[in-house]
Design a protein around this ligand. Structure first.
Ligand SMILES: Nc1ncnc2c1ncn2[C@@H]1O[C@H](COP(=O)(O)OP(=O)(O)OP(=O)(O)O)[C@@H](O)[C@H]1O
Ligand SMILES: [Mg+2]
Length: 369
């Protein structure tokens, strides 16, 4: 079997929180990402879903090198990116690019569309000046912009067009993997489908691999053959998309799917709302380094199925990610019987969901935004 293009191995990212204590002791740490592992195959897409604050963007930023992981590794074609130095590191970093949710934030307002696409080529000292211009024009053409538009500034474009420029810029260094962090969620609904179509077309044309982060479960289902579910910074389930949507194993995945918007207004009204995870904190600064005071499954306070596991095990022990073949989940409960599985995202009444959170307990930020 071929090695995956991207392998994320037990990656953790922690952020210091709150005031620094005496001699740096007692400072709290937010574990934004904990021991996350995933793979993306060449030319394929992996969907990454999870509610707001679950660590999707932090994981993405760690993969592209924008935040430093506390532990774990990011391997490209089996090579640990952290072990690379100098030009080898720069070249490897060019192979992985990121497209952000808000193209306004990723484009320099003082640069024209053409200059924005040329910039990464200039930084990496690729090609001559003239060649860079021609390549940038070809990329703008590939994302559907006219040559005449190349001399315009970001504010002169619509949101969808700006995202196209950001995409051309991300593709300038001919990456193999593009991390798409909610690439369409800031766009008008009418434009979203066009950008999704363009992403699919470019994936075929340039044989790109995507790590596709989205709140839109229907979109993930449509675009990604495999999906990983993140909860409170941990991967709680990974599976081929059809398996996850057809027979989600983790109680949180079932809750997430039952929370997706439905076509039925009655169900839509009743659907469960998901609170962002409680901040999971640890105390840092002891002689032994960071002391992790977390225990158990992060989802257990919200899980109505926890009582089915004897001895309060969910509160005390962290369930490992286990399963058969490509479908793995981190829950002590045995996988549900086939008949119990949800037929499709949001197609089941909320009463069948495992968490049973009452609608009034939601914080207002739902996964299906
Ligand atoms: N630079 C940072 N410094 C401190 N805390 C951070 C930083 N970036 C993210 N966090 C925290 O890490 C956690 C995960 O945030 P992250 O943005 O990765 O979530 P997300 O899943 O992308 O959410 P959303 O769906 O809203 O984009 C949050 O609690 C967030 O407040
Ligand atoms: Mg995010």
């Amino acid at each position: 079997m071929n090695a995956p293009l991207l392998e994320v191995r037990s990656l953790s990212v922690a952020f210091p929180r709150g005031p620094r204590g005496f001699l740096g002791r007692g400072r709290q740490v937010l574990h934004a990402v904990s021991e996350c592992s995933l793979t993306v195959d060449r030319g394929q897409s992996l969907g990454l879903v999870g509610e707001s604050g679950s660590g999707k963007s932090t994981l993405a930023r760690a993969i592209v090198g924008l935040v430093k992981p506390a532990a774990g590794a990011v391997l490209l074609d089996g090579v640990d990116l952290a072990a690379l130095r100098g030009s080898a590191r720069k070249a490897a970093r060019g192979r992985v690019q990121m497209l952000h949710q808000d193209p306004f934030a990723s484009l320099d307002p003082r640069r024209t569309a053409l200059e924005s696409v040329i910039e990464p080529l200039a930084i990496h000292r690729r090609f001559t000046r003239r060649e860079r211009q021609l390549r940038a024009l070809a990329l703008l053409d590939a994302v559907g912009l006219e040559p005449l538009q190349a001399a315009r500034f970001p504010h002169e474009f619509s949101g969808g067009q700006r995202q196209r420029i950001a995409l051309a810029r991300a593709l300038a260094l001919e990456p193999e993997l593009v991390v798409l962090d909610e690439p369409t969620s800031a766009l008008d609904v009418s434009v979203q489908a066009q950008v999704v179509g363009l992403l699919q077309e470019l994936q075929q044309r340039f044989r790109l691999s995507y790590l596709f982060i989205s709140h839109d479960l229907a979109l993930v289902r449509h675009l990604c053959p495999r999906v990983s579910v993140l909860y409170a910074g941990r991967v709680v389930e990974s599976a081929p998309t059809a398996d996850l949507f057809g027979a989600p194993r983790h109680p949180y995945s079932r809750l997430l799917l039952s929370s997706a918007p439905t076509a039925d207004p009655r169900l839509e009204r009743e659907r469960q709302r998901i609170e962002p995870p409680h901040e999971v904190r640890a105390t840092a600064g002891s002689k032994a380094g960071a002391v992790d005071v977390r225990s158990g499954c992060a989802f257990h306070p919200r899980c109505l199925e926890r009582d089915k596991v004897p001895g309060e095990r969910c509160r005390r022990e962290l369930p490992p990610l286990v399963g058969r073949g490509e479908h793995v989940s981190a829950c002590f409960l045995p996988p549900p019987a086939e008949g119990r599985a949800l037929g499709s995202a949001g197609a089941d009444p909320p009463s069948r969901g495992p968490s049973g959170l009452s609608p009034s307990t939601g914080s207002g930020r739902t996964a299906g935004r």
